[in-house]
Design a protein around this ligand. Structure first.
Ligand SMILES: Cc1ncc(COP(=O)(O)O)c(C=O)c1O
Length: 397
């Protein structure tokens, strides 16, 4: 059967699209999720859980709808969520932010990232980021008229060369974009690595934007916010959301924290993107942030079991599996399965096995570096993961 070249859709020319966005095409996640539906495949592509978060949080949203909290909320976010975000940062990391001036609610982390980049980068500036990188970063940098400089994370540890990072920061660099825990690799940046990144940001006087949406999904080591390192509190915009921590990805409640002048700038851009969003979901996520620590540990433990199942299963099939310390994802090198091109492999996988995965090259500028890497998500029910692994046995046949 013919296999549509879904994974390589990014890159085709789109009529009418401005030149800055040419090449971005359609998000690979949308493409692959559509392919999963069309082929009846198990979707281990897009990172959304197949079970909802706690009932009590869903009930809080329903109660907010019934209580009439359905009109535009305040531009900065509802007061109880601003307070809950500030208390969360204090409780987990000892970072203090003023709820009324140093916290901003956004339409998911996605809008916080877009607003931060649009607000902080000038046309012609450079933004440093690690590759592989989450796809929205490059698009937002392009929309801002800035350009990206990438520093590569190399398996199996997904480590970077500090000299490469130092060299990537030039006089035109405005900010560094950091994602930890890191999608797609599952890397959790360590204390020494973060200290080195912080040292360079201070020495070169650049800003940092951190994407910490997987902050509670850590299985080895611990999550450390860059803002907690010396000299970083007042030069970092820290971003997270309720999507991954609470399994409500469709609610799109995110936030940014930082020093008032930075948040003022981010808010200026944000107000002309969505203005506001998710009115009744904001108080619900506020109550979620106040759940006891046992909730957060339990959520990570449940995912650890899934990580272990998928990693062991992929390894048993003969794929080289890289250790994953956090997030929803595990990366394999399919060269060990005799596959020379992960895009062709992922395009054919729904037809060969009824499973969808993401070719990691979409997260790279250096396509050769990601050529045989595949990202699989384990944020699915155990029986779904078992079904996917059973189907993948067809690869051997
Ligand atoms: C690294 C990373 N950042 C941001 C997001 C988007 O977060 P949100 O749904 O809160 O916009 C995702 C979702 O997959 C992600 O993986």
């Amino acid at each position: 059967m013919a296999t549509p070249n879904a994974a390589s859709v990014p890159g085709r020319r789109v009529p009418y699209l401005n030149s800055r966005l040419q090449g971005f095409g359609t998000s690979v996640f949308a493409e692959m999720s559509a392919l999963a539906v069309a082929t009846g495949s198990v979707n281990l592509g897009q990172g959304f859980p197949d079970t909802d978060g706690p009932d009590e949080i869903a009930e809080a949203a329903i109660a907010a709808i019934r209580a009439g909290r359905n009109q535009y909320p305040p531009g900065r976010g509802v007061p109880e969520l601003l307070r809950a975000v500030a208390e969360h940062q204090q409780h987990f990391y000892g970072l203090s932010f003023e709820p009324d001036s140093e916290v901003l609610v956004t339409a998911g982390a996605t809008e916080a990232i877009a607003s931060a980049i649009l607000a902080l980068a000038e046309v012609g500036d450079e933004v440093v980021m690690f590759e592989p990188y989450y796809d929205s970063y490059a698009a937002c940098v392009a929309m801002a008229g800035a350009s990206r400089r990438v520093v590569q994370l190399r398996p199996p540890e997904w480590s970077f060369d500090p000299e490469e990072l130092a060299a990537a920061i030039t006089p035109r660099t405005r900010l560094l974009l950091l994602n930890t825990p890191h999608n797609p690799t599952g890397k959790v940046f360590g204390r020494d690595e973060l200290a080195e990144i912080a040292r360079l940001c201070v020495e070169r006087d650049i800003l940092a934007v951190t994407d910490e949406v997987y902050e509670h999904l850590v299985y080895e080591g611990e999550h450390l916010p860059l803002a907690g390192f010396p000299g970083m509190r007042d030069r970092t915009v820290t971003i997270s959301s309720g999507a991954k921590s609470f399994s409500f990805t469709g609610w799109k409640v995110g936030w940014a924290c930082g020093a008032e002048p930075l948040i003022d700038a981010v808010r200026t851009a944000k107000q002309f993107l969505t203005f506001v969003s998710s009115a009744p979901f904001q108080p619900a996520i506020a109550s979620a942030l106040g759940l006891p620590d046992s909730y957060f540990h339990g959520a990570a433990e449940a995912l650890r079991t899934r990580r272990d199942l998928l990693s062991a299963g992929l390894s048993a099939l003969g794929a080289e599996v890289f250790p994953t310390a956090g997030t929803f994802f595990v990366t394999t090198d399919v060269a060990s399965l005799g596959e020379g091109d992960a895009i062709a492999f992922c395009d054919s996988l729904p037809y060969r096995c009824g499973v969808v995965a993401i070719p990691s090259s979409v997260f790279y500028d250096d396509k050769a570096a990601g050529r045989t890497l595949v990202r699989w998500t384990f944020c699915k029910r155990l029986d779904v993961l078992e079904e996917a692994l059973a189907r993948l046995k067809r690869l051997a046949g």
